[in-house]
Design a protein around this ligand. Structure first.
Ligand SMILES: [Cu+2]
Length: 251
């Protein structure tokens, strides 16, 4: 009897999953940099001997632009903008690790109210500083390995900049959004957003060096919508402009 009940439950779950897929569409995309690939600078880990020891023998790059030779661009945060149907917030946390004085991953997406766990895998102090213009700021010291800071964003923000106050090369970006329809492009420049209700939407792409691009897309039930974003490399994001302004002011 138990097996029958279990089978019925599994069948119902599969049926509702199939129905959800039939009633929704998929966004499949690719992001490209058409211009010349800029070189990423090496990080001067020697400024903290503990960081250079962790990375002994390796030269670590500041990964401003992660792209393949054909220009496929990683670490682009892509999301549906505007009035989009809601779903319950995932109970799965989004995890950012501090290991070898680098944040991994560098770019993540999370929903308002979803837990972000920022953990320290290094046996020395990092100071996690969330720089927000939308009342999402936090500033926490993590002196030992194994510490985890749990945080939830209050407000939508694309993007919240994460920095370490001790190691100024440590950068990560958190896209905080109110709906579940977002993704980050992978090392092949591709991204996919599943189970999107049919409709016409604005899709926004964001890159830390090249800023935001938008496209209007239409999603149809049971179908895939393909979309390509192309950066020329001449764009400047507001974060770059902010950095230049800060550098010019000397602080
Ligand atoms: Cu640090």
């Amino acid at each position: 009897m138990r097996h029958v009940v279990l089978s019925v439950v599994i069948c119902l779950a599969l049926a509702s999953e199939t129905l959800a897929q039939a009633n929704t569409g998929t966004i499949k995309g690719h992001v490209r940099l058409s211009g010349k690939l800029p070189g990423n600078p090496f990080i001067r880990m020697g400024m903290d001997p503990m960081c250079s020891k962790m990375n002994a023998g390796k030269r670590i790059l500041q990964e401003y632009v992660v792209a393949t030779v054909d220009g496929s661009l990683a670490n682009v945060f892509v999301r549906l903008q505007g009035n989009v149907p809601q779903t319950p917030v995932s109970t799965q946390p989004v995890v950012i690790d501090q290991r070898g004085c680098i944040y991994t991953p560098r770019v993540v997406g999370v929903r308002v109210g979803q837990i972000v766990q920022i953990k320290n895998s290094d046996a020395f102090l990092h100071n996690v500083h969330g720089l927000s213009g939308k009342d999402n700021s936090f500033n926490v010291g993590q002196p030992t390995a194994g510490l985890v800071y749990q945080w939830k964003a209050k407000n939508e923000e694309v993007m919240l900049h994460l920095k370490c106050d001790i190691h100024n090369w440590m950068n990560a970006y958190i896209g905080v959004v109110t709906n579940p329809y977002f993704a980050v492009s992978d090392t092949t420049g591709t991204f996919q957003i599943d189970k999107v209700p049919p409709g016409t939407y604005t899709l926004q792409a964001w890159h830390e060096r090249f800023g935001a691009l938008t496209k209007t897309i239409t999603v149809k039930a049971g179908a895939a919508t393909t979309v390509d974003f192309t950066y020329t490399g001449n764009e400047k994001s507001s974060s770059v402009i902010d950095e230049l302004r800060v550098a010019a002011n000397g602080f």
